[in-house]
Design a protein. Structure first.
Length: 101
């Protein structure tokens, strides 16, 4: 980013694993984090995620509806191909359906 002259801002919540690079946890034993010259971390205030992300429930509902359509199509295609209904859906097929939604 520095070579291209770009600046980035990363907005994150106050989840405990999202610690500030200048103040790592007390038990931190990994290498010292690099100094970020063209990246700024912006931490949103505690308990404000629901107010700043009002679209999340709609996005989740939309994703679920699209996934259920993909699942129904999979079940119909499986029945048409094999003549019996699928008893289980494996994780890999489920991941592919999520990618396609």
């Amino acid at each position: 980013m520095r070579i291209q002259g770009r600046k980035i801002i990363l907005i994150t919540d106050n989840y405990p694993s999202h610690t500030h690079p200048n103040s790592p946890p007390d038990n931190y034993e990994s290498p010292i984090p690099p100094i970020l010259t063209h990246l700024k971390l912006l931490y949103i205030p505690p308990n404000s995620t629901s107010k700043q992300q009002p679209l999340d429930p709609g996005i989740i509902a939309s994703f679920k509806a699209a996934y259920h359509c993909q699942y129904a199509d999979y079940m119909v295609q499986y029945f048409n191909h094999h003549g019996i209904s699928a008893s289980k859906l494996d994780i890999l097929a489920s991941i592919y359906m999520m990618v396609d939604t």
